[in-house]
Design a protein around this ligand. Structure first.
Ligand code: 2AM
Length: 500
């Protein structure tokens, strides 16, 4: 064991834990590591003998805790849920007042709120930090979304700022190749204090919900290119490659460009064609959609992205239904080049709506949980180190710079004019999906969201009248102040009966 106490410790040496530990050690911090199965710790330390900061392998939780400089900082990277609670319970037996536990897993934000409260009551400090960017992000620069007491964050800050992704301050583009431990000239670090208790994990969850939406939208573009335009994966790849040079420049468009180039090593056919069309999910997108429903905030695109995965999963049923439900739809005979541009524009407009919905969720959550979220900073730290990294986030950052109290991204002058520029094509694509029988739930729900949001009058007047009719739920009047409720005594005599 090292003579010097470690700057920080990490529990849980699955790939994410290993990569985050290496990233921390690369930046000159000495880090102690512990894993329930000790052989993993030994192998990990043996494989990485010469990091700048140094890895200290420990065999027991006691040894691990004793190896840390006080106030101790312990990152937990184990499975969310029960495993996290088990590790926290073990640690609280050994830690001392003011020590800090940092949960870097994908915890449900309400769990983080509960854990922080419990740990604070016991005299410990707790940070629930979103860690995004998957394995590569953890290794070479994630986007980090920490929540908790600010005093705890301040202790963690030098390490989190050192290891997070860096982007160029003016362009928002990720800065690659920064030497470990050396500050990046002109770089902005992709981490910032998010807010109290569960705020960091909440924002990470919304990030994942937005990620679901981004992926679904790209898949819809891909399906339109294939079904309507008859494009082959290689040609699609070229198109996505071109799109990556413009407003859609992003990690997900870039990997899609690569994926569509790839051939299957076994058969030589395009790789996407050999992949079964049933999507999995781990739950963070679902949490986002459920939370939208719970809070009563409209976030249909994220929900549709989750449902799209659900319906993809019933492959056998779909195959059977495809033999029965043969819609009589015409083939596409429009101009290929024009329609390709229209798909691009539909994707762009839908993406603006999707992010608008994600930010609406965070705005409501901050009221619900009494957080003080900085939307400009949140979009800033998503510019690098995470799956939704995109040039587009620079524009969101600028929108919140212009107006930190922006009611909806759609109202920002830049996004308003972008939608106006692309709107006709967006409508054309949604109409084409309906006419030619191609399901595009994200594109079409985004358009419905846009048209609903810009409607001074929706048909909810009729809906409220229906509620008053069958349930005496009352209604407000257009000619009286809001908050006054009325009810009509509907005539009993000719009322339709529920039982026929
Ligand atoms: P293991 O290697 O001993 O299984 C991801 O599964 C990580 O979480 C692994 O490092 C795993 O340790 C750890 N993990 C899962 N459940 C745990 C528990 N109840 N206590 C401690 N670590 C756990």
């Amino acid at each position: 064991m090292a003579d010097k106490k470690s700057d920080i410790g990490l529990v849980g040496l699955a790939v994410m834990g290993q990569n985050l530990a290496l990233n921390i050690a690369d930046h000159g911090f000495q880090i102690s590591v512990y894993n329930r199965t000790a052989s993993k710790t030994d192998a990990f330390v043996a494989e990485n003998p010469n990091t700048p900061g140094g890895l200290v392998g420990t065999q027991t939780l006691e040894e691990f805790v004793q190896s840390l400089e006080r106030p101790r900082k312990v990152i937990i990277l184990v499975q969310a849920g029960r495993a996290t609670d088990a590790v926290i319970d073990g640690l609280t037996e050994l830690l001392e007042p003011d020590d800090i536990i940092i949960d870097g897993g994908n915890a449900l934000w309400t769990d983080t709120i509960r854990r922080e409260k419990d740990l604070n009551a016991k005299g410990f400090r707790f940070v629930g930090s979103g860690v995004s960017g998957g394995e590569e992000g953890a290794r070479f620069g994630p986007s980090l979304m920490p929540g908790g007491k600010e005093s705890a964050w301040n202790e963690l800050k030098p390490i989190w700022e050192a290891i997070a992704a860096k982007v160029d301050a003016d362009t928002g583009k990720p800065i690659d190749g920064a030497e470990p431990g050396k500050p990046v000239e002109g770089g902005v670090t992709c981490t910032t204090y998010i807010g109290e208790n569960g705020a960091g994990h909440y924002v990470k969850m919304v990030h994942n919900g937005i990620e679901y939406g981004d992926m679904q939208m790209i898949c819809e573009a891909y399906q339109l290119m294939g079904n309507l335009l008859g494009m082959e994966p290689k040609e699609m790849s070229e198109t996505f490659g071109t799109w990556n040079e413009g407003v859609l420049d992003s990690f997900l468009i870039e990997i899609t460009t690569d994926i569509l180039q790839q051939t299957d090593p076994e058969t030589g056919v395009p790789f996407v064609d050999i992949v079964l069309d049933t999507a999995g999910q781990k739950g963070t997108g679902k949490w986002t959609a459920v939370n939208a429903l719970d809070m009563g905030i409209s976030a249909p695109l994220i929900a549709e992205a989750v449902f799209a995965r659900c319906i993809s999963a019933v492959k056998d049923e779909r195959v059977a239904a495809s033999e029965v439900l043969k819609a009589d739809v015409p083939g596409f005979d429009g101009d290929k080049e024009e329609f390709t541009q229209a798909i691009h524009d539909a994707l762009y407009c839908s993406k603006i709506c999707s992010y608008a919905q994600g930010f609406q969720l965070m705005r409501e959550a901050q009221n619900e949980y009494d957080w003080n979220l900085n939307f400009g900073e949140i979009s800033m730290i998503w510019r690098g180190g995470c799956i939704i990294r995109a040039a587009f986030l620079q524009k969101i950052f600028e929108a919140y710079q212009r107006d930190e109290n922006l009611a909806n991204l759609l109202l920002d002058p830049f996004f308003k004019s972008e939608i106006e520029r692309c709107e006709a094509n967006w409508r054309k694509v949604v109409a084409a999906g309906a006419i030619h029988g191609v399901p595009i739930p994200a594109f079409s729900s985004a358009l419905a969201y846009y048209d609903s949001y810009r409607s001074a009058r929706l048909p909810a007047n009729l809906l409220q009248a229906q509620r008053d009719y069958f349930g005496a739920h009352t209604y407000e009047r257009t000619d009286k102040p809001r908050g006054e409720f009325f009810h009509i005594d509907w005539p009993e005599a000719d009322r339709p009966q529920l039982k026929m």
